[in-house]
Design a binder for this molecule. Structure first.
Ligand SMILES: Nc1ncnc2c1ncn2[C@@H]1O[C@H](COP(=O)(O)OP(=O)(O)OP(=O)(O)O)[C@@H](O)[C@H]1O
Length: 259
């Protein structure tokens, strides 16, 4: 896929950097002194328990919510694609996939077709959005997030509603999109086993950043083990990952093989 951006972001500066970001809601600290940066061409995954502030963190990073304190710095002109956790319109809204793709920013027919083809759902253009399966819908949402050829792809639980085999395929797709778009990916995930094999850096969030680093570093961190339990942390240990190849988890025997 060719890039049509005029202002390519700096290769040396972070695309986005948060420093000391805090935000309270209903009198409770949702984000507490959170700092992170997203360098170019990286896949960074935020993990953490329910209610840890992961979605809020993404929304602050995107400028959709303002922090109470701290700074959020995005490279000027940064082109960001966002796949939210929930569809911002009623899924029963009677639109076809192609119409849905054109609701935001009017990307044009070629860009829409390209994006749908890239995410493997080009054949669904004329189908009603409301009739899609969970996996098909996630791929359409992913297509909408990449339609403007972003420098940074922000994905909030991109594999929700997708079965295990579909999850592995979606993570492979995300990896290949990162390569073909030459972008960075920041995503939230609950799928610890699969995501650990598909990311360069993990940030474990529980209102504050508990630990961060490579999957290998994070999986043995005491805070990570405390949050996710020794069983998850131990089983993650089998996934020491070489980033020079793709995984087909189906060939490894599926989830039962790891338990
Ligand atoms: N308007 C609000 N008022 C009070 N509390 C709120 C408000 N919006 C969000 N919260 C709380 O902020 C916390 C963080 O929410 P957030 O959606 O960021 O968490 P999360 O880590 O993405 O959760 P999940 O994994 O369940 O999606 C939650 O406890 C949520 O209930």
């Amino acid at each position: 896929m060719t890039r049509r951006k005029h202002n390519k972001p700096s290769d040396t500066e972070p695309l986005v950097a948060l420093h000391g970001v805090s935000l309270s809601k209903g009198g409770r600290a949702v984000l507490d002194q959170v700092s992170l940066s997203v360098p170019p061409r990286r896949i960074i995954t935020v993990v953490g328990p329910n209610g840890a502030g992961k979605t809020t963190l993404l929304r602050v990073l995107l400028g959709l919510e303002a922090p109470d304190s701290g700074t959020v710095r995005r490279q000027p002109g940064l082109n960001v694609g966002y796949m939210p956790q929930r569809l911002p319109l009623n899924q029963l809204f009677p639109v076809t996939v192609r119409r849905f793709m054109n609701l935001q920013g009017r990307p044009g027919r070629t860009a829409v077709v390209d994006a749908l083809e890239l995410t493997g759902v080009g054949h669904l253009q004329q189908r009603p959005l409301a009739g899609l399966s969970g996996g098909e819908l996630q791929r359409v949402l992913l297509a909408r997030a990449i339609v403007q050829k972003p420098d940074l792809l922000v994905l909030d639980e991109p594999v929700q509603g997708v079965d295990f085999m579909g999850e592995a395929a979606l993570y492979r797709l995300i990896h290949s999109l990162k390569e073909s778009l030459d972008c960075s990916v920041l995503m939230v995930s609950h799928d610890l086993h699969v995501v650990m094999a598909a990311t360069d850096q993990v940030i474990c969030l529980n209102h504050h950043v508990c630990c961060e680093g490579t999957p290998e570093t994070v999986e043995s961190h005491p805070d990570f083990v405390q949050i996710f339990g020794p069983r998850d942390a131990e089983t993650l240990g089998v996934y020491h990952h070489q980033h020079s190849h793709h995984h087909d988890l189906s060939e490894q025997g599926g989830p039962a093989a790891r338990d």
